[in-house]
Design a protein around this ligand. Structure first.
Ligand code: PXP
Length: 400
């Protein structure tokens, strides 16, 4: 049997469920033939192991003893090793984090399993990030969207950098001011990626005031991170999205007269219509995000549309007058991020963010990605695109 669960403590545990989920995890990891033993202990028992083997005379939630290391490594290559779990600590922490005990237990067991496979978050930020990504991936596979909620305990505990998607619309704005062929948003995208951007965003507007169809086509070929197409939910744009196949579509409201996007998409009261568009795009294999105000009522409506991601509109925060109003908008964003995460969304944020206001928003742990355009393009005029992106990334990382 690939997964064995040995119970050595008194609290009832859903062992059959846990075994089934862990066996599914081995399949998802592509190693169904490997074997691992999970030993369920109380605090006193795990303290004894911590004291004897790790010099830590106190209880912890999980310890892994890998059979891939040490003098007996390789004798039974199919055996990964043992994962020791303190049920007492797991119960306490699950309550503290407000998570269902069985989900949290599974998250801990997966954490231990990944240690057996060589993951080590203490090796540094990147190693921690890789491990958290893997846990997130496995938990969403095994628990559905609820897994995303469970993973946040890890994120608070470990370093989890947020991503930065750079919007290059306003490079095209400068070009279109003279209707010439420079500066090219495609060049800017390459430099933004070299500066560390995790994605490139363009908004193809109905009036084509900045980004042109040619830009989107070329960017699809050139962008090596991910291409995010912002668009209104019109028939024309849906057709273009299906042809170009960006890595993500972000649905935004659009008015011809506006200088820039003025608010989030109103989903409440139009849920069926938005769902129809989301389903259409998802059926075409596209990942869908909805740009939305940080309002729990809108978020709950968005949860019925099937969208994968919500991008919280940070415009009111950015435009707040005075410290008090800004603080109020920040609290709205924090609450909305929590609600969105609990609804199972991947949470992004953007609009009006700049070098002076990014830090408090970047400190919100539920937000995984920021979409920033105007401020980066404006700074790039002064310091160059690569440095402008690097500086913004640095501020985001420092706030986590
Ligand atoms: N996110 C969305 C949905 C947007 O429409 C925009 C503006 O195009 C941005 C983020 C970026 O806003 P800014 O240019 O103010 O950084």
């Amino acid at each position: 049997m690939p997964v064995e669960i040995l119970n050595q403590q008194a609290f009832p545990v859903p062992r059959a469920w846990l075994r089934k989920k862990l066996e599914e995890a081995l399949v998802a990891l592509g190693i169904p033939e490997k074997e691992a033993t999970f030993i369920l202990l109380d605090d006193e028992q795990i303290t004894a192991y911590n004291t004897e083997y790790l010099g830590r005379p106190y209880p912890t939630n999980v310890i892994s003893f890998s059979q891939r290391e040490g003098p007996f490594a390789g004798i039974q290559p199919q055996v990964l090793g043992d994962v020791l779990l303190s049920i007492e600590t797991a119960r306490r922490e699950a309550e503290e984090y407000g998570l269902p005990f069985r989900h949290y237990l599974l998250a801990l067991a997966l954490h231990g399993l990944l240690h057996l496979l060589g993951h080590e978050h203490e090796r540094g930020r990147y190693a921690a990030w890789l491990m958290v990504r893997k846990e997130l991936d496995l938990l969403t596979k095994l628990l559905g969207p609820r897994g995303r909620k469970t993973i946040n305990f890890v994120r608070r505990r470990e370093y989890m950098p947020a991503k930065l998607a750079v919007n290059v619309d306003h490079v095209a704005t400068v070009r279109e001011a003279r209707k010439v062929d420079y500066p090219d948003p495609v060049h800017a995208a390459v430099l933004a990626e070299l500066g560390g951007a995790h994605g490139i965003v363009v908004h193809l507007r109905e009036d084509r005031r900045h980004i042109q169809d040619r830009d989107v086509r070329l960017l699809r070929e050139v962008v090596q991170t991910k291409l995010i197409l912002e668009m209104a939910a019109t028939e024309e744009m849906i057709k273009i999205a299906k042809e170009i196949r960006p890595d993500q579509v972000t649905l935004v409201p659009e008015r011809r007269q506006e200088i820039t996007t003025e608010g989030g998409l109103k989903v409440r009261g139009r849920t069926a219509k938005v769902r129809e568009v989301v389903e259409d795009l998802k059926e075409a294999g596209l990942k869908v995000s909805i740009f939305i105000d940080p309002d729990p009522a809108q978020l709950k409506a968005a949860a019925k549309t099937g969208a994968d991601i919500v991008e919280l509109h940070t415009g009111n925060y950015a435009e707040a007058k005075g410290a008090e109003e800004r603080e109020l908008e920040l609290v709205r964003l924090e609450e909305a991020a929590r609600v969105a995460r609990d609804l199972g969304f991947e949470v992004h944020a953007g609009h009006g963010l700049h070098y002076g206001n990014i830090s408090p928003v970047a400190a919100i742990p539920e937000i995984e990605e920021f979409s920033i355009g105007h401020a980066i393009v404006a700074r790039a005029i002064m310091v160059g695109m690569k440095d402008a992106v690097r500086e913004m990334l640095c501020l985001i990382e420092r706030a986590r």
